[in-house]
Design a protein around this ligand. Structure first.
Ligand SMILES: [Zn+2]
Length: 346
């Protein structure tokens, strides 16, 4: 089984900037998106919350010179992409009033918090004195993309792929705090991003563009909320011979003139193995035959589709005197011109 694996995280796309964007463009894009998607501005909106987390992660990587370089080169970042990303320190060391050009985020009219300390405290479930504990939140869903071979899609397979998961930091139990300082494991974030190799069962009959759900393998929930799900988006590499149309398979079967004229048995290759099929006498090129139940198994109904094959009469390339004579005789078998009844123009 040759399975290409890649993670679907495009941090540039997440922030809506080009790959050549400079630090200030990235910062600007991040601040704009963080304002729009912050949970305080979108209470109870799981989609916004998910988006917000993605934005944080993207910014954590792209705002860090080293991480960005690593990401640009390898398409991924070792370990925790948010490690060392410390909005608390920055927010603490500068008062929100002191540095209008700095890292302050204003949520026009939305209220709720004044600086990134608040923003991240909220987001990561950090324990801030005087704040009431937020309600349980379900973890975000994650999606990864894989490309698999046609045969693996048709028969089903198990793939192993690296999946980045956001987990509650076990050192500080998600508080982001250690004693009076910030937790050294998660740098105050309360969460860590871990990359796990995960085995995912791809069901028999999966089709190009399908998403396979792995329950509970998305981000961990906060405040006791349930975890999100992992979705594996499957791209299926096309096969050179078997063509898939829903649960049906199509092939083209070349036959000789004598096979088509006399009829007989031909072997038809199907995804379930070869099948011997009767070719009726006088079969025309282009005629389609159906082998019931020889198609792909439907992932939901578990019923098999059909195999449809189109007969194509092939003509020998080499012209010999004996062949010419035979062909002339064959020509005499036709009663008249086969194009006689066709319209000659519009
Ligand atoms: Zn921690």
């Amino acid at each position: 089984m040759a399975t290409e694996e890649r993670l679907a995280i495009d941090y540039y796309k997440t922030l809506g900037v080009s790959r050549s964007a400079d630090a200030s463009e990235i910062k600007k894009a991040y601040r704009k998106l963080a304002r729009k998607h912050h949970p305080d501005v979108n209470p109870g909106n799981a989609e916004a919350e998910k988006k917000f987390k993605e934005i944080q992660e993207a910014y954590a990587v792209l705002s860090d010179k080293e991480k960005r370089k690593q990401y640009d080169t390898f398409g991924t970042v070792d370990g925790d992409p948010t490690a060392g990303f410390d909005p608390f320190r920055r927010a603490r060391s500068r008062g929100p009033q002191q540095d209008p050009e700095g890292f302050r985020v204003d949520f026009d009219g939305a209220g709720g918090f004044q600086d990134l300390g608040d923003l991240f405290g909220q987001f990561f479930g950090g324990a801030r004195p005087g704040r009431t504990r937020p309600a349980p939140r379900r973890g975000a869903d994650h999606e990864v993309a894989v490309e698999i071979d046609f045969v693996d899609a048709v028969r089903g397979t198990t793939i192993s792929l690296p999946v980045q998961r956001q987990l509650r930091c076990s050192s500080c139990d998600g508080t982001g705090m250690s004693g009076r300082g910030q937790c050294p494991s998660c740098h105050g974030a309360g969460v860590v991003i871990s990359t796990e190799r995960m085995r995912v069962k791809i069901p028999e009959g999966v089709a190009d563009g399908n998403r396979v759900r792995v329950a509970g393998k998305g981000a961990e929930g906060s405040q006791g909320g349930t975890p999100g799900d992992l979705f594996v988006r499957v791209t299926v590499r096309p096969h050179g011979f078997f063509e898939r149309d829903g649960d049906n398979i199509h092939t083209t079967i070349p036959v000789t003139f004598s096979e088509a004229y006399l009829g007989g048995e031909v072997e038809i290759g199907t995804i379930h193995g070869p099948v011997r099929a009767k070719l009726p006498q006088g079969t025309n090129s282009g005629r389609v035959f159906r082998l019931r139940g020889k198609g792909v198994r439907n992932t939901k109904t578990r019923a098999h589709g059909d195999h449809l094959y189109t007969v194509e009469i092939v003509v020998p390339k080499v012209v010999s005197p004996a062949g010419e004579e035979t062909a002339r005789r064959i020509g005499e078998l036709y009663q008249g011109n086969p194009r006689e009844k066709l319209p000659r123009t519009l």
